[in-house]
Design a protein around this ligand. Structure first.
Ligand code: GDP
Ligand code: ZN
Length: 378
């Protein structure tokens, strides 16, 4: 297998990383301090980050300054995609993050109870969100709607990608699916693609551009990884596969979650937790689908009322006096249970992946120190 090489993010320079005039303006108003340089977070671990600098080949391992750690709330610490002001020490391969520049967009999910902030930011400064859905399953329009809501909320521009159109027995199937999607997408472009025939890939590429950051989200199995690989080109490696390589000592790309697309077409942001809705669905979709329940729930005594046996529950009162139909409440409960269950499942999956990653990073770190001692470090 070939080593991922030429697409090392740092080679692209600041514009290739997404830096533009607006960022330069933000930089000057933030006035982060002398001696600091702009850098982009291309990988995040627990307590350390990988930052790419224009003109420096390999990302540097960064830590937050004590001051940033103390002053920033949990949702204000760097995440993948953030622009930060660092004090860089390229010769040591290290950097300190002093300031996180105000985010242009942020993909967030509702945070766990003990988090210390209502939302957890999973990725920052994403420009385009590709919402993938496949032809071969029952087209779950409501799910697409929820992904779209999350994309809109982030501030990024959504695009719906209908995958696997080669599976259609009849072109009419594709046309029907497209029409259904266009209806929920309300003005958002819908692109039909096939990784098998290559159809539609150029239409997807039309939404990519130099300096633009794109993510692909959607339910499991709809073809997100396949699409990512098609965009990256065959010899490029996705995070998942890169991690497997790490186990065999390819430490140069440990944890890279923001990679450049070939031909200067921008950057693909891919983190395991981001791909599936459940991890960062903040319930807005549920509220959209059951706005009658959501509106009633605003009158519950407790803001986190689950409408089970809490005192002062307006929803159960409304069901009891007939203002809210019981089947609406049942439908809401069923979906809410599903989401909760899925979110828990996804959290467990993410935790396991993180543990594996730490095992791998430990090994890679040992390999790196060994290489350095042997004089092969760079
Ligand atoms: P993910 O879970 O969303 O990342 O989905 P994957 O990319 O892993 O794809 C799930 C399955 O769908 C795999 O078996 C792929 O080979 C298959 N697949 C992906 N894209 C296409 C496509 O355009 N056409 C067909 N026929 N199969 C596809
Ligand atoms: Zn209630």
């Amino acid at each position: 297998m070939t080593e991922p090489s030429a697409d090392v993010v740092g080679l692209a320079g600041l514009p290739g990383l997404g830096w533009d005039e607006a960022w330069a303006a933000a930089w000057s108003t933030t006035a982060p301090g002398s001696g600091l340089v702009p850098a982009r977070i291309v990988g995040a671990h627990r307590g350390t980050w990988e930052v790419a600098l224009g003109g420096v080949d390999a990302p540097l391992e960064a830590r937050a300054t004590g001051r940033l750690r103390h002053e920033a709330g949990p949702a204000e610490l760097p995440v993948v995609g953030d622009w930060v002001a660092v004090d860089a020490r390229p010769d040591e391969g290290a950097a300190s993050v002093h300031v996180v520049l105000p985010r242009r967009t942020q993909l967030r999910r509702r945070a766990p109870a003990d988090y210390g902030a209502p939302f957890q930011v999973l990725a920052a400064n994403v420009d385009v969100v590709l919402v993938a859905t496949s032809l071969n399953r029952d087209l779950n329009v409501r799910r697409v709607e929820r992904f779209l809501t999350a994309a809109w909320e982030s501030g990024a521009r959504p695009v719906v990608v209908l995958t696997k159109v080669d599976l259609a027995r009849d072109p009419v199937e594709v046309a029907i699916a497209e029409a259904q999607l266009e209806e929920v997408a309300a003005g958002v472009p819908v692109v039909a693609t096939s990784a098998v025939s290559g159809a539609g890939l150029d239409a997807v590429r039309a939404f990519l551009a130099a300096g633009r950051t794109v993510v692909i989200i959607g339910s499991s199995g709809v073809g997100k990884s396949t699409l990512a690989n098609a965009l990256l080109g065959e010899e490029r490696l996705l995070v998942r596969e890169i991690r497997e390589d790490d186990a065999r000592g390819r430490h140069t790309t440990v944890g890279r979650q923001l990679v450049s697309l070939p031909g200067g077409e921008g950057l693909l942001l891919d983190t395991p937790g981001l791909r599936e809705l459940a991890l960062w669905d903040d319930g807005a979709g549920l509220d959209l689908a059951f706005s009658d329940v959501a509106v009633t729930a605003e009158s519950c005594r407790f803001s986190d009322c689950r409408h089970a046996s809490e005192p002062g529950c307006a929803v159960r009162a409304a069901v009891a006096d007939g203002t809210l139909h019981a089947d609406r409440f049942d439908g809401w409960q069923k979906l809410e249970r599903e989401e909760r269950h899925r979110a828990l499942e996804m959290d467990a999956v993410a935790r396991r992946a993180e543990q594996r990653r730490w095992a791998v990073i430990g090994k890679a770190g040992a390999a790196r120190s060994k290489a350095k001692r042997g004089g092969f470090g760079h």
